[in-house]
Design a binder for this molecule. Sequence first.
Ligand code: PNW
Length: 438
Amino acid sequence: MNQKFAKDFTWGVATSAYQIEGAANEGGRGPSIWDTFSHTPGKTVNGETGDVACDHYHRYQEDVDLIAGLGVDAYRFSIAWPRVQPEGKGAWNEAGFDFYSRLIDALLVKGLQPYVTLYHWDLPQALEDEGGWRNRDTCHRFADYAAEFMRRYGDSVKTISTHNEPWCTATLGHATGQFAPGYQDEAMAYQVSHHLLLSHGLALQSMRALNSETPVGIVLNHTPTYPANPESEADRQLARLDDGTNIRWYMDPIFRGAYPQDVLAYLGDKAPKVADGDMAIIRQPLDFLGVNYYTRGYFSQANPQIPAPAAMGLTDMGWEVYPQGLAQHLVRITRDYLPPPIYITENGAAFPDRMEKGEVQDPARIHYLETHLQALRQAMELGADIRGYFYWSLADNYEWNWGYSKRFGLTYVDYATQQRTLKASGHWYRDFIARQRA
Ligand code: PNW
């Protein structure tokens, strides 16, 4: 890469609470929908759960040292709502807040900026029992939780994101059933998506009423879509509809105050109920937008199972390595939405890494990183306002329904001993960042 990133570009790594913390029954933490789901037979690979995960709850200081050793500026992590408010309403759990205070202090001591996400999928089970995200009332519970977090930590964290990837919560949690709480009902999923967006807007309002300085935003997962045959009108239509459901369904209400017409037409009577005033609440100005990018979507009418060409290979998730998609997508959303400053809040790849003689050689991950950073540079040269990049993930962790079978880390985790070992990609990322500053 000839041209360097600006000196003030933010470099980071990302994780989420349920995927790393473990200590599921410690410190007064209440159960979440992911405890329930992962403990239900048949829902995750080998029945694996996040009960222990990376034991980060106990090893956070070692993990902070690891992050500092990478030479990054920032660490993106999430708060487990049931750790700080076990029932999702009512009493706060001081022991839970104490954990996040210790973590945040440990980061600040090392000069690392905390980028916090309030909701990375671990809804308190007590709220699920009252209808979860299907219940509009949960939006208000979320806004209360967000306000409490802002009241306590607004002055010590760098940014606060409301949701991580609402598409995953809505679609994978309520339409396909791969994620907690595991429903399979498309109309329900769209009602949930509306409540997630509404809860985001309400949370921005409740947080800003307390503190208008700390930047607040949301993190969306974007999988830009491509027709297998660009000459085929049917393929283009399929790609366009998926673009509508995964990208515009969230971007349009946030930036334009309306759901996309083509998706509403497709949904018909499965469209969500929207109350008067909801869209104005959702369309709050954001201080930043977080974009998570992993791969593209590829659509063929004639052959729905057709694989993408994958000239640059596939990851262990079966996801095509497609860095051009990141560049093209960032240019496109810059043109279509005039978004606020963007952070790439996740980008990364799983590979079946192995430890050999104390080392993990993961050239495919280095190649993934290098090509995606090149694409990012390209998008910035074409006008996209990108302020930072967070690799997913700091370390191998609990990959949801895939359990521990998928390794995304820059750090290898030996789950039997909890030993952490920086992979070759971790060394590469550290050296790359150092070069940008030289
Ligand atoms: C994201 N999809 O999840 C999450 O934010 C992380 O918690 C997760 O570990 C990471 O990506 C890797 O999977 C996604 O099916 C899960 O399109 C599934 C999809 C997208 C993102």
